[in-house]
Ligand binder design. Sequence first.
Ligand code: C5P
Length: 251
Amino acid sequence: LDREHLQLALRSLPSQKKVITALDTPNADKAVEIAASLSALGGFVKVGMELFTRAGPPVVETLLNQGNEVFLDLKYMDIPNTVAGAVRSACSLGVSMITLHAGGGLRMLEAAAEAAAAAPIGANGRRPALLGVTVLTSFTLEELDAVQPGGGAMNERIARLAGVVLDSGCDGIVCSAADLPALRSKFGDKLLTVTPGIRPVGSDKGDQRRTTTPAEAVQAGADYLVIGRPITQASDPAAVLATISKEIEEA
Ligand code: C5P
């Protein structure tokens, strides 16, 4: 399944799947319970390092059996051979998206893309989309300069990383929706765009720094929005997701 066909397939999923709920909890039962409460409205959930480290592939399998699409967000970064192996393992789980750090470099991303291309197609008729994480949405430029000096402005850094992702054959990027307008003028829709750091008006930013509202993210052209705490920590997660979905449809 080549990049263009995979992007088309993912962009054609029903619009109610546009919001990916991040199930950031170490508790598999809690994760499955939240996913069940959202299944009528959502159906796309993200399993990250907190949940996967504790609960592993069985929780992914349960979430898939519930009828969800699963985004496995483990942000791989290692030598090319090791990452290629991790990608092969991830492909065997039947997930829809996986992440790697774009900063792992061209050869690492190419090895990942080759591994995914060679993996058997899943039960959903697709292989997972490989998404390169550009700059985490929790970073300010000042914080980034402290650990990676001399990399230029935030938009230059993100465009450079997105360019490496595109060249590598991977399918898309994870970035702040605030970064999208500049990227779209450069890359058009050649990369699938998944944006965390979403905060509905009035909700707590937590550790996120470069945030947008759901409507702003959609207007900036985000294909998928990743939203965690504003949904999962709410007293009525389904109600919050319903409100966000309405905001998106009207954006
Ligand atoms: O709770 P919140 O909405 O901030 O959750 C955002 C989710 O997106 C978290 O699971 C976090 O790991 C993930 N993420 C991010 N920034 C990135 C990539 C992923 O916040 N650049």
